[in-house]
Write a protein that binds this ligand. Structure first.
Ligand code: SAH
Length: 462
């Protein structure tokens, strides 16, 4: 190990920054975040830096002098004058004051790591100056693993720390207690923004009065297919849940990301050929949660967009079962992006409508007059079966037969196929190319933009 990571307490301590430009500013921001009092020495100092220096700090608008080192806890040399940087480093080291020279590891006695800040939880990563880009990439990975609200969780722990210590003098017991808190429903409560509830639960746990754990349901949007489009929260809950109930629309590579030993229950629905009727799915969710399980209800796209997510959680709410909803990228956003079709465009579409091509009673009775107005993009979900009817109605109610339209099959996946035509010939394209579900239909002038903006290559394009 070339460097020992230590965390430097800088609150109200004076730190010397030599240099007044962009690089100095970047370092000064971090120092100010840590509560340091800045002494900035440079003939010219940027305005943003002056703001950071504030009333407590000092700006010395001149060249560097040895006396600038007096009384400082840390020194940063951030000028573009190499000789000066080397001088500052030598002076600092002669006095035994830690020094960092930006981008010159050989002149440093301390180095800045890449930081993941979830204060009071802070993660620091370094490559010792050998491969800063690698350190930054690792940092980015860690950023995605650690929920943004970890800081709040640590804050909650801090509040209870002394009491828990008294309650469990044994360190082993204490460790088990906290592991349980940080990985269970209390932590999830914090992540979902339910701070008060989480605090009450922790209170109850400490009082030894934790009620028989009631499970929880996570209604999670899995996005349109590409696993990279999952949200951080979706992935975390997928790796935590004890039972997973998933749809036909959820792509297999996404199911693979669920916890290995979780029970997987396929409740897939196909239009008019439901594997499990909706009310049975609702009952299942309630049953598992009452057994104390953490239940993941994984849905294609976004659970609140033609996903019956609302119906499922109504049942949970009626039974007093805690739940949370995690949005996903809906098929319209995913397919449009991967097909190079912006859903709105200042020249072509001032609004976009998401429409179902399949109503609950099996009909397709839609406000055709409104849908036929120009200047809007229409996105039809479940529109394949009724496609001829949809196109006919739009034309009959005034949308031009030559309006551009697209079919996006299995959008965002390696099997994505996109076909473009017009309202008039779209049904024909379905037959010609044997297009099948899941397919999204996009209608409007914006479809034309694909000619210029297509970028993603799926299985077959046209
Ligand atoms: N909740 C989902 C939609 C469920 S309705 C969401 O927000 O995306 C099911 C319909 O979504 C399908 O009939 C199809 O029209 C569309 N769909 C979902 N995923 C799709 C994909 N990857 N490619 C094309 N269409 C998709």
């Amino acid at each position: 190990m070339d460097f020992l990571p230590l965390f430097h307490k800088l609150q109200d301590r004076r730190v010397l920054v030599v240099g007044g430009g962009e690089v100095a500013l970047r370092k000064a921001r971090l120092l100010a975040d840590a509560g340091a009092v800045l002494r900035v020495v440079a003939p010219v100092v940027r305005d943003e830096l002056i703001v950071l220096i504030g009333e407590k700090g000092e700006q010395l608008l001149r060249g560097y002098q040895l006396s600038d080192l007096d009384g400082v806890a840390l020194i940063i040399a951030a000028t573009d004058d190499e000789a000066l940087n080397a001088q500052v480093s030598a002076d600092a080291q002669a006095r035994g004051i830690p020094v960092n020279v930006v981008d010159a590891p050989a002149l440093c006695s301390v180095i800045f790591p890449a930081i993941v800040d979830r204060s009071p939880l802070v993660v620091a990563v370094t490559s010792g100056g050998d491969a800063p880009v690698l350190a930054r990439l690792v940092r980015a990975k860690i950023e995605s693993w650690i929920p943004a609200s970890y800081g709040q969780l640590a804050g909650l722990a801090k509040k209870f720390r002394a009491r828990v210590r008294t309650l469990f003098p044994d360190v082993q017991q204490r460790r088990v207690f906290w592991e349980d808190v940080f990985q269970g429903p209390i932590a999830e409560g914090v992540f979902a923004g339910k701070l008060n509830e989480a605090e009450q639960q922790l209170e109850a746990k400490i009082a030894g009065a934790a009620p028989q754990a009631l499970g929880e349901v996570y209604l999670v949007g899995a996005g349109p297919g590409d696993p990279d489009l999952l949200t951080f929260r979706a992935l975390r809950l997928m790796q935590q849940a004890d039972v997973v109930l998933y749809d036909r629309l959820v792509a297999p590579p996404i199911i693979e990301l669920c916890r290995r030993d979780a029970e997987r229950v396929y409740v897939g629905k196909q239009r008019a050929a439901h594997t499990l009727p909706q009310d049975q799915i609702n009952h299942l969710l309630v049953k598992y949660a009452k057994e104390g399980k953490r239940v993941l209800r994984l849905k294609g796209g976004d659970p609140f967009i033609f996903g019956r997510g609302g119906e499922e959680i109504e049942e949970l709410a009626a039974h007093g079962i805690p739940f949370q909803v995690v949005p996903g990228i809906t098929a319209a956003s995913g397919c449009a992006a991967y097909a190079g079709i912006p859903l709105t465009h200042r020249d072509h579409a001032q609004s976009v409508r998401f429409v179902t091509g399949h109503l609950k009673d099996g009909s397709c009775d839609l406000p055709w007059g409104e849908l036929s107005a120009s200047g809007q993009t229409l996105v039809f979900y479940m529109g394949l079966t009724g496609l001829s009817f949809i196109c006919e109605q739009l034309i009959r109610h005034g949308r031009a037969a030559a309006t551009p339209a697209a079919l996006v099959q299995q959008g965002t996946t390696q099997n994505q196929r996109v076909f473009t035509g017009t309202l008039e010939n779209l049904p024909q394209l379905v037959a010609e190319h044997e297009v099948h579900a899941p397919t999204l239909v996009i209608v409007g002038e914006v479809v034309k933009l694909r000619e210029k903006l297509a970028w993603f290559e799926g299985a077959q394009q046209s």
